[in-house]
Design a protein around this ligand. Structure first.
Ligand code: F6P
Length: 341
C-alpha cells in the first residue's frame, strides 16, 4: 500500500509523533510506502511531497511543530482539490490519504472523501474542540504551558499587588481556559461559551483585597466576550479562512479592570507559545496511538472516518459526525469550576 500523509491547519505538539507512528506501523508491519505532502493540502495540490522512511522519522517523537510543514486551505482551492480528488490519487499513486488536522482540515478531508479519495483522518488541535473524540493531542501540552505561566505570574503579581489578565487560545471553545484556569487556581475564568460581566470580576478582586489577598489572576479565552452593554469591546473582521480576528480581549479587559479598580492590571497574551515546543508524555502517547490506528483503518479500507478517543479506547468515527459541530464547554463543566464567570 502507498500512503500519503499531510498536516494542515494550525500546528500543534504531537503532529510529528503521529507521522512517526504512521511510518513505523506502515513500513515495519506492512511493508508499505509512505509519502508526506508538504505544507498541508497545498503540497497535495501542487505535487510537493517526499518519501518518509524509518530514517526520515528518526528522532522526531519529542519534536514540536511538524516536519512536513502546515498551511490553511482557502475554500476555492479546496473545491479545486475535490474536483481532482481521484486524479490526484492516481497521479501520486496513493491508496489512502491520512490528513492530520483540526476542524477545517477534517471538513476538507470529508469533502475529499465524498469526492472519492480514500481518506482516514486524524484529529489534532490544542483547542480540544473536535466532536466525537474525548481529547485531541496538543491540548494537554497547551494546558500545561498555560498553567505553568499562571503559576509563575501569581508570584510576581503578589509582589506588586497586581491583577494579571492572562489570555489563552480558544476562539469558540474555552477548554484551555477552563482546564488551565482550574489547574492554576485562577480567580476568574472567562470562556467564549458564556458572556461575562466585568462588574463581577471587579467585585471578585475587591473581595480578595478586602480579605487581605494582594493579587488576582484572571484567565480569559481569546474568544471570550463581555455581555452586551457591559464594556466597550467590538467584534473583529473575518479573515480569508472564515475565522474572526479578535480585538484582544486580554488587553481590553486588563484596561477595563484597571480603570474600574484603580489598581494595576496587566495583560499577558500567551499566544503561540501554547502551541510550540515538545509535547507532553500524554500527547505523545495519544498521537502515537492515533497514528497506529489510522494505518490499521487504512488496511481495513475503513475510509471516510477518523481516529477518536472514547474513554481509554481509540475507535473510528465517521468524518461527517466529527465535523458537524464544535465541542464546546458544557454548562456542567463550567459549574464545577467555581471561578468561571
Ligand atoms: O486552532 C488552533 C489555534 O491555535 C487556535 O487556538 C487559535 O485561535 C488559532 O489556532 C491561531 O491561529 P494562527 O496560528 O493562524 O494565528
Amino acid at each position: 500500500m502507498r500512503i500519503g500523509v499531510l498536516t494542515a491547519g494550525g500546528d500543534c505538539p504531537g503532529l510529528n509523533a503521529v507521522i512517526r507512528s504512521v511510518v513505523h506501523r506502515a513500513v515495519t508491519n506492512y511493508g508499505d510506502e509512505v509519502i508526506g505532502f508538504e505544507d498541508g493540502y497545498a503540497g497535495l495540490l501542487e505535487g510537493h511531497y517526499r518519501g518518509l522512511d524509518l530514517d526520515a522519522v528518526s528522532g522526531i517523537l519529542a519534536r514540536g511543530g511538524t516536519i512536513l510543514g502546515s498551511s490553511r486551505l482557502q475554500r476555492d482551492r479546496l473545491r479545486e482539490a475535490c474536483e481532482n480528488a481521484q486524479d490526484m490519487a492516481r497521479e501520486f499513486g496513493i491508496d489512502v490519504l491520512i490528513p492530520i488536522g483540526g476542524e477545517g482540515t477534517l471538513t476538507a478531508a470529508r469533502m475529499l472523501s465524498d469526492a472519492g479519495l480514500p481518506v482516514v483522518g486524524v484529529p489534532k488541535t490544542i483547542d480540544n474542540d473536535i466532536s466525537s473524540t474525548d481529547r485531541t493531542f496538543g491540548f494537554d501540552t497547551a494546558v500545561g504551558v498555560a498553567t505553568e505561566a499562571m503559576d509563575r505570574l501569581k508570584t510576581t503579581a503578589e509582589s506588586h499587588q497586581r491583577v494579571m489578565v492572562v489570555e489563552v487560545m480558544g476562539r469558540h471553545a474555552g477548554w484551555i481556559a477552563l482546564e488551565s484556569g482550574m489547574a492554576a487556581g485562577a480567580h476568574g475564568i472567562c470562556l467564549p461559551e458564556r458572556a461575562f460581566d466585568p462588574a463581577d470580576l471587579v467585585k471578585m478582586v475587591e473581595e480578595r483585597f478586602a480579605r487581605g489577598k494582594k493579587f488576582a489572576v484572571v484567565c480569559v479565552a481569546e474568544g471570550a466576550h463581555p455581555a452586551e452593554g457591559t464594556m466597550d469591546y467590538g467584534h473583529g473582521a473575518i479573515d480569508q479562512f472564515g475565522h474572526e480576528r479578535f480585538q484582544g480581549i486580554g488587553t481590553a479587559l486588563a484596561y477595563e479592570l484597571e480603570r474600574r479598580l484603580g489598581k494595576e492590571a496587566k495583560p499577558v497574551i500567551l499566544g503561540h507559545i501554547q502551541r510550540g515546543g515538545t509535547p507532553t508524555a500524554y500527547d505523545r502517547v495519544l498521537a502515537t496511538r492515533f497514528g497506529w490506528h489510522a494505518v490499521e483503518a487504512a488496511h481495513r479500507s475503513d475510509f471516510g472516518r477518523m481516529t477518536a478517543l472514547r474513554g481509554t479506547d481509540v475507535v473510528m468515527v465517521p468524518l461527517a459526525e466529527a465535523t458537524t459541530e464544535l465541542k464546546t464547554v458544557p454548562k456542567d463543566r463550567m459549574d464545577e469550576a467555581e471561578s468561571v464567570f
